[in-house]
Design a protein around this ligand. Structure first.
Ligand code: PLP
Length: 391
């Protein structure tokens, strides 16, 4: 994918694959029918929805009937948690301190408006959770346990199969936000993940467009629809299907299955080379996350004594590199991310984090460029920093 910039921010969103764009094109032009219509003109649209469902189910090791199309990962997360609270007759949710806001703010909303109590699993310095703590916190009143498959900021992969078994042992449902895992970790919902009740995903994280997602809901798991209205998705999610984006996500799922090995070999090697190069050439660089169980594409590094935002600006100015920092610029103040705070990092490290996240479209040349500019950027910003090591 040629372009005038180097895109190392694939956990934020991904480029639409050319094949994916071609798969959606007919449904944005000639084949515009509503898939629920009965005349033959609607046949291709209905077939595209069917095929998209089959392609996604195949990627997940699920049955097509277990796939509910949604508008995004956030909607899927909302649907799973709110359904569990509505159907289980239990008043507690167990989740972690490092979930995406789609989970954390949904939990807060359920505390405020549905009177539930939320327990949070803590994490250690490497972002790891403790299964014994989970065992102790799942009670007979836990409606659902929700733990992400992989973390968007530090890339940690969590032991969802074990957690799902623990949840079921106490009669609780289990949900996982797999938005960052798709295409990077093989997923088998009828195999190793047989205890997972709900799984959320989002098309724009694996080379499909924004605004399309899905919720896996295991057959017979109780479900109260989040969006009510028409009969679409067998009454589980109202709203005329986004046919073009469903066709796109189906194609993206097929490509993800074909490229998952490449993610764990070539892409991982690029990430490892970037990590090694940065650690060797930039003093006081600390790699965040679990060294042993991390997404193959993600590298989160803290550069003590400097602001992550300043590094991002220089990366763009010097080499047109796109990356992310661990601070969210909200209402003008730079708040360190809740994930990095949960790791217990000190102030100097919290503010100086950068996340590089790769995809199969990255090349050796991208990493060469990043490694060529990083040492100078760090040296230069440290020289200017009021927190500099020598000050
Ligand atoms: N969950 C995780 C782990 C994510 O990384 C994201 C997006 O960044 C979401 C949920 C939300 O997905 P969407 O943007 O499709 O609502």
């Amino acid at each position: 994918m040629s372009s005038d910039h180097i895109y190392l921010d694939n956990n934020a969103t991904t480029a639409i694959a050319a094949e994916v764009f071609e798969a959606m094109r007919p449904f944005l032009t000639a084949e515009y029918a509503n898939p629920s219509s009965v005349y033959p003109f609607a046949g291709p649209a209905a077939a595209a929805v069917r095929r998209g469902r089959e392609q996604l189910a195949a990627l997940l090791g699920a049955d097509p009937e277990e796939i509910i199309f949604t508008s995004c990962g956030s909607e899927s997360d909302n649907a799973a948690l709110r359904s569990a609270v509505a159907t289980q007759g239990r008043r507690r949710i167990l989740t972690t301190a490092v979930e995406h806001p789609a989970i954390l703010n949904t939990c807060r909303s359920l505390v405020e408006y549905a009177g539930v109590h939320v327990d949070y699993l803590s994490v250690d310095r490497f972002g790891r959770i403790d299964l014994d703590e989970a065992r102790a916190l799942i009670t007979d009143d836990t409606a659902i346990v929700s733990v992400m498959f992989a973390n968007n900021e530090i890339g940690n992969i969590y032991p969802v199969a074990e957690l799902a078994r623990l949840a079921h042992a106490k009669g609780a449902l289990f949900h996982t936000d797999a938005v960052q895992a798709i295409g990077k970790i093989p997923i088998d919902l009828h195999g190793t993940l047989a205890d997972v009740d709900f799984l959320s995903l989002s098309g724009h994280k694996f080379h499909a467009p924004k605004g399309i997602g899905a919720l896996f809901r295991r057959k017979f798991t109780p479900f109260a629809p989040y969006l009510t209205g028409g009969h679409q998705e067998h009454g589980q999610r109202a709203g005329t299907e986004n046919v073009a984006s469903i066709a796109a996500m189906g194609k993206a799922a097929e490509l993800a299955a074909a490229h998952v090995d490449e993610e764990n070999t070539r892409v991982k090697a690029l990430r490892d080379r970037l990590q090694k190069g940065i650690v060797e050439t930039c003093p006081d660089a600390i790699v965040n996350g679990d060294p042993d169980h991390r997404l193959p594409n993600t590298l989160n590094v803290c550069f003590k004594y400097i602001e992550g935002e300043s590094i991002l600006l220089r990366l763009w100015d010097l080499a047109k590199i796109c990356a992310s920092s661990g601070s969210a610029c909200t209402t003008g103040s730079l708040e360190p991310s809740h994930v990095l705070r949960a790791l217990g990092l000190d102030f100097q490290a919290l503010h100086g984090s950068v996340r590089f996240s790769l995809s199969r479209y990255n090349t050796d040349a991208d990493i060469d460029t990043a490694l060529a500019v990083m040492p100078g950027i760090i040296r230069n910003l440290r020289d200017l920093s009021p927190f500099g090591r020598d000050n």
